[in-house]
Design a protein around this ligand. Structure first.
Ligand SMILES: O=P(O)(O)OC(CO)CO
Ligand SMILES: [Mg+2]
Ligand SMILES: [Mg+2]
Length: 280
C-alpha cells in the first residue's frame, strides 16, 4: 500500500531545505534580537519569517492540516494536539546559537496524526545535515541510515544536556545538581549543542549516548523523537516513565538501561505544560 503521508514528508524535507537556506543567508547579516518570556528566551525576525514560510506553504498544499508552531504559539495561538494531521514546527531550534553565530542551528518539522508522530525532519542547516525519519521506516542523515550507539556501560557514555532558559536560582540549582551527579558517576563527558533537536539527532547518530532536558517544548522534540526511535533509541520522561510530549521534559537514550540509569540522577521539576490554558 502506498504510504499515506509520504507526500507530506517529501514536502517537509523540501521546506526544511528552503528554510535552511533562508537561515544561512540571515547568518551573513546583522540579526535584530527580541525577547520573549525572558532576557534569555530570544526570537528574531528570521524565526518569524521562516515559520510563516513553512505554514503558508503547507496550508496551500494541505489545506485541512493543523499546526503547532513555536512563534505562532508565542503570538497567542493555542498549543493543542488533536487527532487531525498536525505539523509541529520549530522554525529555528537554537535561536541563541543563531544570534551568536554558533554553528548548530536547525529547522525542525514533526508531523502527527491521531496524536501519533508519523515523521520527523531536522535540518541542521549550517552543517548541511538533513535528518529524516518516517515511522517504521528507519532514520537517515543525508540519506545514510542512522543507528544509536551500542554502549551499555554508563561510565563509558557521553550525555548531552543544556542549562536551559529557566534561570531562577532554585531551578538552576536543580539543573546543576543533576549535571553534578551525572558527572560524578562518572560519565566520559557532558556535551550540549545548544539545540534540543540536534542533541537528539546526536543520540540517533550514536555520537552521544543520551540526552535529557527539562524546559524544552513540544516543537523542540517532536521531529527528533521519530529520528531517535527509528534509529533504535528510546524516549522517556526524565523520571524514567512514559514520554509526554506536552510536559516539557524529555530523555532520549541509546537503550532503556542507559536512560533509566540517568533518570535516577536527575532532579525532576515540572515547568508549566505546553498545553496548559493561558493565564487569565
Ligand atoms: O532555540 P529555541 O527554538 O528557542 O529552542 C531551545 C530550547 O527551547 C533550544 O533547543
Ligand atoms: Mg527550539
Ligand atoms: Mg525556535
Amino acid at each position: 500500500m502506498a504510504d499515506l503521508w509520504q507526500n507530506a514528508m517529501d514536502h517537509a524535507v523540501a521546506l526544511a531545505r528552503t528554510a535552511g537556506a533562508v537561515v544561512r543567508e540571515a547568518l551573513q547579516d546583522e540579526r535584530k534580537v527580541m525577547m520573549k518570556s525572558s532576557s534569555v528566551d530570544l526570537v528574531t525576525q528570521t524565526d518569524q519569517k521562516v515559520e510563516q514560510l513553512i505554514i503558508q506553504s503547507v496550508k496551500d498544499k494541505f489545506p485541512t492540516h493543523r499546526f503547532i508552531g513555536e512563534e505562532s504559539v508565542a503570538a497567542g495561538e493555542a498549543c493543542v494536539l488533536t487527532d487531525s494531521p498536525t505539523w509541529i514546527i520549530d522554525p529555528i531550534d537554537g535561536t541563541t546559537n543563531f544570534v551568536h553565530g554558533y554553528p548548530f542551528v536547525a529547522i525542525s518539522i514533526g508531523f502527527a496524526v491521531n496524536k501519533q508522530l508519523e515523521f520527523g525532519v531536522v535540518y541542521s542547516c549550517v552543517e548541511d545535515k538533513m535528518f529524516t525519519a518516517r515511522r517504521g521506516k528507519g532514520a537517515f542523515c543525508n540519506g545514510r541510515p542512522l543507528q544509536v550507539s551500542d554502549q551499555k556501560e554508563i561510565s563509558q557514555s557521553i550525555v548531552a544536556t543544556e542549562f536551559g532558559s529557566i534561570r531562577d536560582p532554585e531551578t538552576v540549582d536543580k539543573v546543576l545538581s543533576s549535571m553534578r551527579k551525572i558527572l560524578c558517576i562518572p560519565v566520559h563527558g557532558i556535551r550540549g549543542a545548544g539545540t534540543a533537536a540536534v542533541n537528539m539527532c546526536h543520540v540517533a547518530c550514536g555520537c552521544v549516548d543520551a540526552y535529557y532536558e527539562i524546559g524544552i517544548h513540544v516543537w523542540d522534540v517532536a521531529a527528533a523523537a521519530v529520528i531517535v526511535s527509528e534509529a533504535g533509541g528510546v524516549l522517556m520522561d526524565v523520571t524514567g516513565g512514559q514520554l509526554d510530549l506536552m510536559s516539557r521534559r524529555v530523555l532520549a537514550a541509546s537503550s532503556r538501561s542507559i536512560g533509566e540509569r540517568i533518570s535516577r540522577e536527575i532532579e525532576a521539576f515540572a515547568p508549566v505544560r505546553d498545553d496548559a490554558p493561558p493565564p487569565q
